[in-house]
Every structure is written in structure tokens, then in C-alpha cells.
Design a protein around this ligand. Structure first.
Ligand SMILES: [Zn+2]
Length: 439
């Protein structure tokens, strides 16, 4: 089928690359794995493609742990508004008009932006998710694609029926994707999904052994509403209804988590949950607090980073996300030692790989060949006193090559598996049409 070409890949030798420990090495990729990182050359290495990397830094590619990729079509459409008004007056009315094809085009455009910023894996939650899965697989990118639950205005039966249809379609794409696409169960949030559906979602995820992806504790209104309606804070409510369960330990990805208190953090830590911190979205939508990184980490919560959708960011760029995450902790807690560069880099790479059960996030033998090469001649990377500081605090426009699952996708700053111009033009046309149709 369409993705078969992804399976046959030539070996790659990345020659003489700088690593983040400032040592140089040849990196040999065979199939979808890194088979050697060493000073000497592997015998079989010359058979495949050789990438000269003496002016490049090899690092693991980034994982965007929470997004709504096709919202890339709404970038700049509605900014500087309060969250509820933004959603009800601008975002929801236009989303109601989106068609399957729009999701495909919007996700492709988002994948292009992500790949060129060094992101090779994203965790998505949006409408017509099987189209996002197709777009992602065609560009050779890893996509954790959520089958969505939104039960407002629907009967339980209808919500479940629609969810099952989505899950099945995502699975069908996943089957032919060389393991790039994985379905997840994605109940939108506690205030948009009924209790019974939440319980069903957890049971379904446990039965099918997939990750659960959900918004949680994003705003104070959400917490206050939950206390009023259920007499419990959001994470306590999830515990009370049996959404948090032992067989799903380590499989929860909660987006935001800004308003988690100590009891809730302890509860989520008990289930080894990951929290996808989206600092730019939180600041832009003024959610009124900052994630308490130390509280979460001290409770064994795995903190990772996400961009959220392009309508509340408006970029899909982990360099920006890392920088803002680090600055926000320092500023909000009035302590410049909070969330240092090295910790921040881990959130976007190694921690994220753990959240998604991928042997990735490191340039090391046996790990998935999800690697980016950073141009050491880029202005933002010079001088190189501290490579990690540069990556977190200054790097931009410096991702020269991108490899995902052993396949070269971006070479010399350019997407090589499809035409960038076509993806951009289609996105521009579609975005203009959906906005003009909405009036
Ligand atoms: Zn979101």
C-alpha cells in the first residue's frame, strides 16, 4: 500500500558528528535503529548513504507530547481573547465546518512544520483522526493519534459508536505504517466527556493496551466546576470514578496539569502518569498559574513538553517550548536555578520517549534512529561553550537533517519525501476557504 516504501531503507552513516558530550562519532543506522555510535567505521557502512557531519551536532529528535495538528490551518485566526470566548465564538464554530480533507491537509502542513523544527513524533487529538494518521505516515513521521471522545449533546451509545469507528480507522492506517502510527484513546476533558464515557474509555484503553491522552487541570474554572459538580478536584474525580487504574499505570498522558495540587500530584504519580506541559499555550491563554514542575517531579510524574494546537501557540516548535518552559519556571517561582537547560532538554526527548514507550530520546546503540543534525554554523549555535544551553536558549533555524525511524526526511533544511511548496500552497488555500466559509 501507500507506505510500503518506508519499509525498504538504505543504511545511513552519519560521519564524524559532534555529540552533546562534545565527543565525535560515526553513527551507523541500519533499518530503523542506531546500530553503532563509535570512532571506528563499521565494515558495511559504505553500502548506504553517507552524511558528512563534521559541522553538525547529532541529537535525538523531539517529541511533541500534546497537539491538535490540523489546527495549523487556524494559526493567527483568533488571538488575544479569553479562553471560553475564544473557544465558543471563534474555534468551535469554524471546527464544526472542517471536513476530512481539511484535516489531512492541515495535519500535513503541521507535520512539515514539526519536521523542519526537529520533531519526529507527535501526540495528537483532533477531528477525523484517521486523516491525521494518513498525513503523518505519508511524511514518515511517528504519530500517536487519538480516537476522540466528546460527549456533549450525544447519547452514550452515539459517542461510543463514533469513537469505535475512529479507532478502527486509525488502526487500519497504523497497520500499513511500519509502526509509525499508534492509536490512543483520547477523551477530550472531564468537562466535555460524561462520567460513564470516561469509565468506558479507561476500560477500552486497558483492553487494547493503548495510551490515554486527555486535557486535565488546565484552568481554575475547570477545577472549580469539578468541585461544584462532583465534590472533588479533577484528578480526585478521575480516581473516584475508576478512570485511574493499576493496569493503565504509566499509560496516561495528561495535557497541561497547571492546577494540580499536592494531593492530585500524589495521585497521578501513583499511576506513573505523564503530564504534557504546554507553557506557551498556557501563557497565551492566561490560565492563571504556572505548572509546578518540582511538585510534579517529586511525586514521580513524568513531565514532558507539548506545543498544544497552532491556534493557541502559534508555532509547533520544541526549541521555543523548551526555552519558554525554562523561563516560565524561573520567572514564576522567582528562582533562576529552576528547570535548568539540561533538565529541559530531557523533557523534550528522553522523558517523552519514556512516556510513549519508545526506545528513543538518545543517540546510542540499540535506540530508534530518530535523530536530528543541528547546523553548528547557524548563528544561534555559535559559540559553542555549552551545546545544551544553545539548544534550549538560543537555537533556531538550525535543524539541517531529520531522520525518523531510520529514514532521512529532511536534508539540507529541505523536506525530501514530498514537495514542501505543494503542502504549503494547499494549506494556504484550505485555510482561506474555511475562514471565508465561516461567515
Ligand atoms: Zn490541547
Amino acid at each position: 500500500m501507500i507506505f510500503n516504501e518506508l519499509i525498504s531503507m538504505e543504511p545511513i552513516l552519519i560521519k564524524n558528528a559532534l555529540l552533546k558530550n562534545k565527543k565525535r562519532a560515526n553513527i551507523i543506522i541500519d533499518g530503523n535503529k542506531i546500530v553503532a555510535v563509535s570512532n571506528s567505521l563499521h565494515k558495511g557502512a559504505k553500502r548506504g548513504r553517507i552524511i558528512e557531519a563534521s559541522n553538525k551536532l547529532a541529537i535525538p529528535s523531539f517529541i511533541n507530547a500534546h497537539t491538535h495538528a490540523a489546527m495549523s490551518l487556524l494559526k493567527g485566526y483568533a488571538d488575544d481573547m479569553p479562553l471560553q470566548e475564544w473557544l465558543s465564538k471563534k474555534i468551535w464554530p469554524i471546527e464544526a465546518k472542517l471536513k476530512e480533507k481539511d484535516i489531512y491537509i492541515g495535519t500535513k502542513f503541521a507535520c512539515l512544520e514539526m519536521l523542519k523544527n526537529g520533531i519526529t513524533c507527535f501526540n495528537d487529538m483532533y477531528w477525523y483522526p484517521w486523516k491525521a494518521a494518513e498525513a503523518s505516515a505519508e511524511l514518515g513521521m511517528r504519530g500517536f493519534i487519538g480516537a476522540l471522545f466528546l460527549s456533549i449533546g450525544k447519547s452514550k451509545e452515539q459517542a461510543i459508536r463514533e469513537f469505535k469507528k475512529q479507532f478502527k480507522r486509525i488502526k487500519a492506517v497504523a497497520k500499513n505504517s511500519n509502526n509509525l502510527i499508534r492509536p490512543t484513546v483520547a477523551p477530550h476533558a472531564i468537562y466535555t466527556v460524561d462520567r460513564e464515557i470516561l469509565i468506558f474509555a479507561a476500560e477500552f484503553a486497558a483492553k487494547h493496551d493503548v495510551l490515554l491522552h486527555m486535557h486535565l487541570n488546565e484552568t481554575k474554572e475547570e477545577v472549580d466546576g469539578c468541585i461544584k459538580e462532583h465534590n472533588a478536584r479533577p484528578a480526585e474525580y478521575l480516581h473516584k470514578i475508576g478512570f485511574l487504574r493499576n493496569e493503565l499505570s504509566g499509560k496516561y498522558i495528561f495535557a497541561h496539569g497547571v492546577w494540580l495540587n499536592e494531593q492530585e500530584a500524589a495521585l497521578l504519580g501513583k499511576y506513573r502518569a505523564s503530564v504534557a506541559h504546554c507553557p506557551i499555550s498556557n501563557m497565551k491563554l492566561a490560565v492563571g498559574s504556572a505548572l509546578n514542575f518540582n511538585l510534579l517531579v517529586s511525586n514521580n510524574i513524568n513531565v514532558v513538553l507539548g506545543t498544544d494546537g497552532n491556534a493557541s501557540n502559534n508555532s509547533l516548535n520544541m526549541f521555543q517550548e523548551m526555552k519558554i518552559a525554562a523561563l516560565l519556571q524561573k520567572f514564576y517561582y522567582n528562582d533562576p536555578t529552576k528547570l535548568n537547560a539540561s533538565q529541559t532538554f530531557q523533557l523534550a526527548t528522553y522523558n517523552a520517549a519514556n512516556a510513549f514507550k519508545l526506545k528513543a530520546g538518545k543517540v546510542a546503540e540499540g535506540y530508534l534512529a530518530d535523530i536530528i543534525l543541528i547546523d553548528l554554523n547557524a548563528i544561534s549555535m555559535v559559540p559553542s561553550h555549552n551545546l545544551i544551553s544553545n539548544l534550549v536558549y538560543s537555537a533556531q533555524n538550525s535543524v539541517r537533517e531529520v531522520i525518523c525511524n531510520g529514514r532521512l526526511l529532511v536534508e539540507n533544511y529541505k523536506l525530501i519525501i514530498e514537495k514542501e511548496e505543494k503542502i504549503i500552497n494547499e494549506a494556504r488555500k484550505t485555510a482561506e476557504r474555511i475562514v471565508s466559509n465561516s461567515f
